[in-house]
Design a protein around this ligand. Sequence first.
Ligand code: FAD
Length: 297
Amino acid sequence: MAARQKQQRGEVRLNEPMSKHTSWRVGGPAETFFVPSSIEDLALFLHDLHADIPVLWFGAGSNLLVRDGGIPGVVISATRILKDLDRVENYAVRAGAGLACTQLARQCVRWNIGPSEFFAGIPGTVGGALAMNAGAHGGETWERVESLRTIDRSGVINERAPGEYSVGYRSVTGPGNEWFIEATFRFDPDFSPSVAAMKEMLERRKKTQPLGLPSCGSVFRNPPGDHAARLIEAAGLKGFTIGGAEVSDKHANFIINRDGATAADIEKLIQYVRQTVIEKHGIELIHEVRIVGEVAQ
Ligand SMILES: Cc1cc2nc3c(=O)[nH]c(=O)nc-3n(C[C@H](O)[C@H](O)[C@H](O)COP(=O)(O)OP(=O)(O)OC[C@H]3O[C@@H](n4cnc5c(N)ncnc54)[C@H](O)[C@@H]3O)c2cc1C
């Protein structure tokens, strides 16, 4: 009986097209795409996985360029689980890594806890926001992190403190070979968030970003004291295309999948933009999006 209880119960999909999951709507197949049914199931899966098999954790795919050759090894998608959100104290909430940032924002605003409104504009998961130190409208994910729980490569759950991580602008490094499963955020007791402010932020995005089209948001980090979008626009690149990929003419730091782009089109366009900005402005832009997987043969 004990052995039966330990059987794997999650969903394993072989050769799962990542284009179904990424916000750019591109990407070759994941060799194995695992959707755990519970945290115990996830722990068991990791525990049993051979140490040589690479693992990529997948949030909502809103900051990932998956190459056309796909992803060898295992992709873990835990957004069906890890979705809890609890108010643990007056101004603190505990959120699962699979929860959508938009839901975190909306519920915190309902609870009158903030500043939390900026999360509403980030179309990823709490885990992705932790991995990227996602931010918007002056707010950043890690400003609010009080404690964390992670799961490691052998399925062991760890309690972590923010001091164990080195956190910067869209960059987070910490204990290797483990992934976030939960975070506690502490907000400001003197702050009253507002639905109107949240709506205003979302409206501003609609006006300035090509939100109806497949993208990954801003492709490049802003260099110190400047804006990547300004540099790209001043280099005359708005509307420039390679294959089906296009530099948005609404927001120059967005690359959109205009017309059946491949990941290779997007990656070439990223390189082209970087090179052109170096030639025109002498500044090397660093991409914020994560590029993963293999080039198609
Ligand atoms: C229209 C649009 C607007 C955007 N606006 C913003 C914005 O205003 N500000 C901003 O910062 N970003 C923005 N983004 C980018 C993106 O939404 C964020 O980077 C987001 O935090 C990514 O979360 P995700 O769940 O989609 O992560 P994914 O894209 O799935 O993964 C991104 C990286 O995080 C890692 N990761 C994911 N989950 C975990 C986990 N649980 N543990 C460890 N690692 C993990 C992945 O392995 C990968 O390396 C925007 C994107 C789009 C499409």
